[in-house]
Every structure is written in structure tokens, then in C-alpha cells.
Design a protein around this ligand. Structure first.
Ligand code: HEC
Length: 134
């Protein structure tokens, strides 16, 4: 009896974590919720307003630069540093690098962690500069 209970508990736990994992890893979901309004679900953007991510040299180039653009925002694009955690950010950047015919390497959660830490460190340095001048 006792082993029956613990067995079904394990099954439930495994099912739960598999579901949670799939949800956090769906770059497509993150993209449709956070990016498609401007860059379009097809990645083509809107000429003259929002750049295409499909076939973009920038998107297919240095992965770190893509991650830091999404973290910090740029021009008319908002920052996603607060709204996307490392999981979601790595999923969405991997998605844009590997969708609509794009073929570039995926980005790992660890990559995003490192870039986020470097970005934060740069902010600290910038903030401290004025006090150093006095
Ligand atoms: C409110 C509209 C908006 C949203 C939402 C948005 N972007 Fe952008 N994005 C822009 C604009 C505008 C630019 C061009 C910025 C500039 O250089 O002036 C841009 C630029 C980019 C670039 C650089 C493209 C290039 O070729 O230089 C990438 C990569 C990118 N966005 C990815 C994303 C991702 C991923 C998301 C979702 C997490 C997202 N964007 C959400 C408006 C948006």
C-alpha cells in the first residue's frame, strides 16, 4: 500500500516537472507574448518601423550581442531584463536564431546568466563614475 502511494506520487511529480519544463522552454510562446507585436509572428517585422529578425545578419551573428540587445533594449525596443528570466530569454533568443529559415546556434541558460551578470556589472560601474569625479 505504502509503495503504491509513493509510486503514484513519483509519477505525478515527473509529469508535473515535465510539463513545467516544456512550458518554460517554449521560445515560440515567449516570442508570441513579448515580441510578435512588433517583429510579427513571421519574424518579418514592419519595414520602416520594426526590423525583420528573419534573415537578419545581426540575429545570425554574435549570440551574445543578440542576448544583450534583448536584455537592455535598443532604440524603440523595450528592455526585457526584468520581465524575462534566464530560461525564457535563452529560449526566445534560440527561437529567433532558429526559426523562419534562420540557422544559428542556440543560446544556453548559462550564456544568458553570464551576459546578464556582465550587463549588471557595467551598470554599477556607470553609476559609480560621477562619485569618482568629485
Ligand atoms: C515595442 C516593439 C518591440 C518589441 C515588443 C520587441 N522589439 Fe525588438 N526591436 C524593436 C525595434 C524598434 C528595434 C530596432 C531598434 C533600433 O536599433 O533602433 C528592435 C530590434 C531588435 C533586434 C536587433 C535586430 C537587428 O537586426 O539589429 C533584435 C534581435 C530584437 N529586436 C529582438 C526582439 C525580441 C527577441 C523581442 C521579444 C523578447 C523583441 N525584440 C521585442 C521593437 C520591438
Amino acid at each position: 500500500m505504502k509503495s503504491m502511494v509513493s509510486k503514484s506520487l513519483w509519477v505525478a511529480l515527473i509529469a508535473f516537472s515535465a510539463g513545467a519544463h516544456a512550458e518554460s522552454m517554449s521560445g515560440k510562446d515567449v516570442f508570441s507574448k513579448n515580441c510578435a507585436a512588433c517583429h510579427m509572428a513571421t519574424g518579418t517585422g514592419i519595414p520602416g518601423a520594426f526590423p525583420a529578425l528573419k534573415g537578419s545578419k545581426f540575429v545570425l551573428g554574435d549570440a551574445n550581442a543578440v542576448v544583450s540587445t534583448v536584455l537592455k533594449g535598443r532604440g524603440g525596443m523595450p528592455t526585457f531584463a526584468a520581465s524575462l528570466d534566464d530560461d525564457k530569454l535563452s529560449a526566445v533568443v534560440s527561437y529567433v536564431r532558429q526559426s523562419w529559415g534562420n540557422q544559428a546556434s542556440a543560446v544556453t541558460v548559462q550564456d544568458v546568466k553570464t551576459i546578464r551578470a556582465n550587463t549588471n556589472a557595467m551598470k554599477v560601474v556607470k553609476k559609480e563614475q560621477p562619485t569618482n569625479i568629485h
